[in-house]
Design a protein around this ligand. Structure first.
Ligand SMILES: Cc1ncc(COP(=O)(O)O)c(C=O)c1O
Length: 401
């Protein structure tokens, strides 16, 4: 996106502000469908958790995607955005049987990741098709918090529990129509995907009625200039070939599914915040912005990197800054960052602010959550208003003492 469009958005809608670029989202979607164009039946289910604004979901609907959801509320958002229930997959973790039954009753594809719920669900609803989330025991992902397919992870049914899994299916006579895995986020090496895919193919052979195999997600996007990313084009060539070969052996048409979040929206997002204070101390220069980890928690939560530019002074002389928020705990976005000279009132722009940013925002310190703007066909559209004090008070009940 152009710097003028970002500055215009900040002037028009105020700060802090999330801005998304619809063209980038659609480019990423088409990059993936093109990479896997040799697969006859491909399904890209956008992971709603990454960025769940209903207008973003409508954009994905228009592009032809399905949805990957983890809560009944995400399912409801998807239905509101116009998705047909069978194009939504529900991949929860640790939720109640009641919630799974309620989602199943809407006609959404269920994905179950533990034997206890599988046995209960299969006993009560043997005719509802179910996908199984496998834990392939592969260590993959950018850091331990986002690695979810390893042996100590709470996610999925272990491949070593296959005999028990098959026994439950046989005893309940339930219908399994898909198998799934998701090993983690920020996976750079395509060999990890290909290795885990082989485990999934081996597992798939035990099920005779599959309609789809879901390879989850985990594609790494670039965070810094010249950063490397998952080579989806190469993965597309290699995995498509292997998938088509497996499908021929399996003897039934199969859909290849993915459920990316970051890959589709991370780079489309920009977070704009105003510098309230420039504070020189004995050890550094702090740039204190009108936001904090209540709006963008990823650096504090798992050390993620967001490139920061001073878009009010893009050509200024560079200096080292520590960029911090206004929250009452340590609230650091970046240390020792080279940024063009910052004055109070300047607008800083954080890159890669599309995925897991607004969707993880909170009202901590009783602050309002920011507004969101989607640039679509050359115009910035407000897709969420900035919160007000009424939002802070909503649902609170004052009692009289
Ligand atoms: C089950 C599942 N699928 C898909 C995703 C999306 O992953 P990513 O944003 O890395 O593409 C996640 C992320 O947590 C997930 O847990």
């Amino acid at each position: 996106m152009k710097t003028e469009q970002l500055l215009q958005s900040a002037t028009q809608f105020g700060s802090p502000l999330f801005v998304y670029d619809a063209d980038k989202i659609s480019q990423q979607y088409h990059r993936l469908t093109t990479a896997f164009s040799k697969v006859e039946r491909l399904q890209i289910n956008y992971a709603v958790k990454a960025l769940s604004n209903v207008s973003i979901l409508k954009l994905f609907h228009q592009l032809g995607a399905g949805l990957d959801t983890v809560s009944i509320q995400e399912v409801q958002l998807g239905l509101k955005a116009g998705f047909a229930p069978p194009t939504i997959i529900f991949t929860p973790n640790g939720v109640s049987l009641d919630e799974i039954e309620e989602v199943a009753s809407l006609g959404v594809q269920i994905n179950i990741d533990n034997l206890s719920i599988l046995e209960q669900f299969g006993t009560k609803h043997p005719n509802v098709p179910v996908c199984i989330r496998i834990n392939p025991h592969v260590m993959a992902g950018g850091n331990t918090n986002i690695s979810v397919g390893h042996i100590d992870s709470k996610f999925g049914i272990s491949i070593h529990q296959l005999p028990h899994l098959l026994r439950i299916i046989e005893n309940t006579d339930m219908h399994i129509n898909g198998i799934h895995m998701h090993t983690g986020s920020d996976i750079l090496d395509i060999e990890v995907f290909l290795y885990a895919a082989e485990i999934l193919f081996d597992t798939a052979k035990h099920f005779k009625t599959l309609d789809f195999i879901d390879f989850g997600s985990g594609f790494k996007v670039p965070y810094k200039k010249d950063d490397i990313e998952t080579n989806v084009e190469e993965l597309g060539i290699k995995l498509s070939k292997r998938f088509n070969q497996f499908q021929a052996e399996y003897g039934r048409p199969l859909t290849l599914a993915f459920e990316p979040g970051k890959f589709l929206v991370s780079e489309s997002g920009y977070f704009l915040a105003k510098v309230n204070v420039v504070k020189q101390t004995t050890s550094t220069v702090f740039a204190g912005i009108d936001s904090g980890f209540n709006h963008l928690i990823r650096p504090m939560l798992y050390g993620s990197y967001h490139h920061i530019e001073n878009i009010s002074n893009p050509k200024g002389k560079e200096r080292f800054y520590s960029v911090v928020g206004y929250i009452c705990e340590t609230d650091t976005f970046a240390n020792n960052r080279r940024i063009s000279e910052i004055k109070e009132g300047d607008i800083l722009c954080f890159r890669n602010a599309g995925a897991y940013c607004f969707s993880m925002a909170s009202n901590y310190n009783s602050r309002f959550r920011p507004a969101e703007v989607l640039w679509y066909e050359g115009k910035g559209h407000l897709i969420r208003e900035r919160e007000t004090f009424e939002d802070i008070l909503r649902n609170q009940i004052e009692i009289t003492f």
